[in-house]
Design a protein around this ligand. Structure first.
Ligand SMILES: *Cc1c(COP(=O)(O)O)cnc(C)c1O
Length: 385
């Protein structure tokens, strides 16, 4: 089976992890700080807080922004469940904004309409989580403008978009957002095994996220309620978690970063070949805007159902049977049974639901050979005949 995504691990990556294993610190040592520094330099952001997953980073981001009971978080239905679940962890509620049928990202037009209505109803969101689907940045300039106008915070879920660019600036610079979250899961652009990061230009948010990452415990006397009892003393000043990244993971991430631009370049090359070779088939690839340099985490096609004799489900299973490890990103979150109890119904977000009946993610990863790509194209051509 040709997988839809796969990590690329070099001998240097392995050596970097082995070096940490032989060092004094296995977790939260100097390499975590070096990795955070490297992320800051790469994205030109001022603070990076690395975590044991993007899910944890999203949770920390929501907590740092003060999301809680009675608050509302909006995101797109076409995302991984974690982009929405972070609100539920905080006791807040979730709502969704329908997608743009061409970019598959949260539609700014739908957002404007929904904000206008929410203002009248007194139900404006406290936080918006736009997701850069497949690595393609959302229209962040418009989102940033609306955030100022309506007074909500923005967490970019850039789990797919490490190494991408928007208006010729790196994704993660937080120019139009409060916090940007990265994922370093093995199928993503670079990996630490499991891991994530929350980036921000706001010193207070960074401090709060770092505090909550490690139990809400501080060793800084200035933050304590009274003088330290002695040199051993630490104080819990908030209810935090253990969301720390290890030095072993950070070493892998730091080593992977040296090849980040190469990975994304290779992803673009494969995508361009797909664009070219699939042109005459009854399908439409994701539309990538000119002011965006996608990280191309995924290559998603939509089947032109009207022109096909086979169902989406049938095409999908025939591809799997032919050894092509296709996937579907994503099942609309509001259609998950868990979310039914919040009152969502089929038909609430028609563009997202239509997308779900047509989308297929084709294999794409840096080490994918041209031979494998040709196999995918040939099988897809046969099946869509
Ligand atoms: C992968 C992913 C996450 C969660 O990442 P983890 O590091 O696995 O916790 C969140 N949001 C999106 C859009 C993702 O693709």
């Amino acid at each position: 089976m040709i997988p839809y995504g796969r990590q690329s691990i070099s001998d240097e990556d392995i050596q970097a992890v082995v070096d940490v294993l032989k060092s004094d610190f296995l977790t939260q040592g100097p390499v975590v700080e070096n990795f955070e520094q490297a992320l800051c330099e790469y994205t030109s952001v001022s603070h990076a807080v690395v975590t044991n997953s993007a899910t944890s980073a999203l949770h920390l981001a929501c907590r740092a922004l003060g999301l809680g009971e009675g608050d509302i978080l909006w995101t797109t239905p076409i995302t991984f469940v974690a982009s929405a679940n972070c609100a539920l962890y905080c006791g807040a509620t979730v709502d969704f904004v329908d997608i743009d049928p061409n970019t598959y990202n949260l539609s700014v037009d739908a957002l404007k309409v929904k904000l206008d209505q929410a203002e009248k109803d007194g139900k404006l969101p406290k936080v918006l989580v736009p997701v850069h689907l497949c690595g393609l940045p959302c229209d962040m300039e418009s989102i940033g403008r609306l955030a100022k106008q309506y007074g909500f915070s923005v967490i970019e879920d850039a789990s797919h978009a490490v190494g991408g660019r928007y208006q010729d600036q790196p994704v993660g610079d937080c120019r139009y957002s409060d916090i940007t979250v990265f994922s370093f899961h093995p199928v993503k652009i670079i990996t630490t095994g499991e891991g994530g990061a929350a980036l921000t230009n706001n010193h207070n948010l960074a401090e709060r996220m770092a505090l909550l990452r490690s139990h809400g415990i501080t060793r800084d006397p200035a933050q304590m309620t009274h003088e330290p009892d002695g040199d051993w003393y630490y104080q819990q000043i908030d209810l935090g978690y253990n969301y720390r990244m290890t030095d072993m993971q950070a070493a892998l991430g730091l080593s992977q970063m040296t090849r980040l631009d190469k990975f994304v370049k290779r992803r673009h090359k494969i995508a361009a070949q797909y664009d070219n070779m699939l042109r005459d088939l009854p399908l439409t690839p994701q539309k990538r805007q000119l002011d965006c340099y996608s990280a191309i985490h995924l290559y998603v096609i939509r089947l032109d159902s009207a022109e096909l004799k086979k169902s989406h489900k049938q095409v999908f299973s025939e591809l799997r049977e032919a050894g092509i490890g296709v996937n579907l990103h994503y099942i609309p979150v509001h259609m998950q049974p868990w979310y039914q109890k919040f009152g969502f119904n089929k038909g609430d977000f028609p563009q997202a639901e239509k997308y779900y009946t047509e989308a297929i993610s084709l294999p794409l990863f840096p080490d994918m050979s041209d031979d494998k790509l040709l196999i995918v194209v040939k099988e897809l051509g046969n099946i869509l005949q």
